[in-house]
Design a protein around this ligand. Structure first.
Ligand SMILES: Cc1cc2nc3c(=O)[nH]c(=O)nc-3n(C[C@H](O)[C@H](O)[C@H](O)COP(=O)(O)O)c2cc1C
Length: 195
């Protein structure tokens, strides 16, 4: 069956380096038969500035955020996807705030089972991919770490593609090596070669 890949693209630039990396990854994935949906998290309409730590989601049987805004259906799609790609520029050695909002709202997709002493989540067994670029060659490892730790904590497999020295927005288009790597990663996740 075709892989269902959900891409959360967290750059505020619609035609920048993150957008280009996402295009390449999706091209590779679609050429290999996967379905790819891209959501630009910077342009979603939110009711609150991130997770409010209300913890109302923890009292629900369903894995749902109680804040009724445009993040809610995105979280639902995450629970249904085979692969979740989180794409972001490096902003001061971390992901963009526009992506971090969604990462925190994912709290609603985790529940702690006190009896079993384990985390229960519909994300278990999926693959989390981090796709990121930076102007320089320092800090991308720091960006990837929280995603890797979250993946491990929630039983997801983790893959990353980190492109250093990508230049300012738009310049990554000139990097043939980045294009090859992103297209290959797309093809590989479509065919479960890295999952
Ligand atoms: C607010 C801000 C912070 C940034 N911080 C870093 C940084 O710490 N290190 C770095 O190498 N590049 C940094 N950059 C550059 C971007 O990460 C880089 O150009 C990226 O490829 C841009 O992707 P985009 O076109 O999708 O926005 C920063 C850019 C901005 C606007």
């Amino acid at each position: 069956m075709a892989k269902n890949i959900l891409v959360l693209s967290g750059s505020p630039k619609k035609d920048g380096n993150t957008a280009t990396l996402v295009d390449w990854l999706c091209q590779g994935a679609r050429n290999s038969g996967a379905q790819c949906e891209v959501i630009q998290t910077a342009f979603l309409k939110y009711k609150t500035l991130g997770c409010t730590s209300c913890r109302a989601c923890q009292k629900l049987a369903a894995y749902e955020c109680v804040i009724c805004d445009e993040a809610q259906p995105v979280l639902k799609k995450m629970a249904e996807a085979d692969v979740i790609v989180m794409a972001t520029p490096l902003y001061f050695f971390g992901p963009s705030a526009q992506l971090k909002i969604i990462l925190d709202r994912m709290f609603s997709l985790y529940k702690w089972d006190n009896v079993a002493g384990t985390m229960v989540t519909p994300l278990k067994g999926k693959t989390l991919v981090v796709l990121a670029s930076a102007f320089e060659d320092i800090g991308l490892d720091a960006l990837a770490k929280p995603f890797e730790l979250t993946a491990t904590y929630t039983g997801m497999k983790f893959v990353s593609l980190l492109i250093a020295n990508a230049g300012t927005s738009g310049h990554i288009a000139d990097l043939a090596d980045a294009r090859n790597k992103a297209m290959t990663l797309g093809a590989d996740i479509a065919q479960e070669k890295r999952t």
